[in-house]
Ligand binder design. Structure first.
Ligand code: P6P
Length: 306
């Protein structure tokens, strides 16, 4: 019996979830292995197409989305899915147990710089995504493609981290990850917003004056993984003139991370309410987000509102 604990073994013994959900998470993990291979071998650059939001797609955006879509279809466990790279919600089989919202390659514009990037997944029971809140997710997970390929999941009471090993197995490296209430690091996104958003400007000045350590890569998945891995920190991306609601999308990015961070003891807010309680009204819905160490999130929301 190998001494190391595989993702499937951990889901079986600690996941407290149905076999169907375990199989779906393992299918998503398998897709991540193919994406990791594509990142190492596929030519970077533009695909010549645009996604439903009019954003230019990179070849790897399209390749990653195709890989995930194929695995979700083959799982036979997905009623519908919604991808940041697809215009509409794709309906597969109304009788299947789950709906998946995902960002196939968050931070893909950083591929050519060799920065860490990621895939983000939120899983709901049933066939509907619109009208749900991220609190209704039954699982959320993300994968970080960096010097090492890591997978972090939560099924609702704890958060666990796995490393993709040399034989292609995700092996448990950290269990029951937690986030301290106080932050020493900060990760500020959409900084252009400080010109129109006085509260955000004051928040940046506060973090600078208090000499918190800046940790920002430009990839939300990598920057929030930094908080989860270090056990403290705060990430922000709020509205200004170019992105009135901030850059990040509720269904594909903020909802899954809010679920994971809250189950690690942290907090995630849009400045007024928990991200987990925000109703998903459309797949392109963006939301301001302050996420990470609970006390820092609370303080940041007060400063933003001042
Ligand atoms: P800014 C990447 O494109 C992304 O969607 C997130 O991963 C990242 O946090 C954000 O945009 C970067 O925003 O304003 O810092 O460029």
């Amino acid at each position: 019996m190998p001494s190391q604990i595989s993702l499937n073994e951990h889901l079986l013994t600690k996941g407290n979830l149905s076999d169907d959900l375990r199989h779906l998470i393992c299918d998503i993990a398998r897709a991540a292995k193919y994406i990791q291979f594509a990142l190492r071998t596929t030519q970077a650059g533009l695909s010549g197409t645009r996604n439903s939001f009019g954003e230019e797609q990179l070849k790897l955006d399209v390749v990653s989305d195709d890989i995930i879509r194929q695995h979700l279809c083959q799982s036979r466990l997905v009623a519908s899915f919604s991808s940041e790279e697809q215009k509409d919600i794709i309906e597969l089989d109304a009788k299947a147990p789950f709906t998946v919202a995902y960002d196939p390659l968050d931070g893909s514009s950083l591929v050519e710089t060799n920065f860490a990037i990621g895939s983000i997944f939120g899983i709901y029971e049933g066939a509907q995504l619109i009208g749900r809140t991220p609190r209704e997710q039954v699982a959320a997970l993300y994968v970080i493609y960096g010097p090492r390929t890591l997978l972090v999941y939560s099924t609702g009471n704890s958060v666990h981290e796995f490393l993709l090993d040399d034989v292609g197995e995700f092996i448990l490296i950290h269990e029951f990850l937690g986030i301290a209430d106080v932050a020493k690091n900060y990760s500020p996104g959409n900084l252009r917003a400080i010109h129109e958003n006085d509260g955000y400007k004051k928040l940046m000045e506060t973090w600078l004056d208090e000499e918190l350590t800046l940790r920002y890569s430009g990839c939300m998945a990598a920057d929030i993984h930094h908080i989860i891995s270090k056990g403290q920190g705060v990430f922000s991306n709020v509205g200004g003139s170019s992105y009135p609601e901030g850059k990040l999308r509720l269904a594909f990015e903020c909802g899954p991370f809010a679920y994971i961070v809250e189950h690690a003891g942290g907090a995630a807010s849009d400045g007024k309410q928990p991200i987990l309680d925000k109703k998903i009204t459309n797949t392109d819905q963006r939301t301001p987000i302050i996420i990470g160490s609970k006390k820092e999130v609370e303080r940041a929301c007060k400063i933003l509102a001042s």
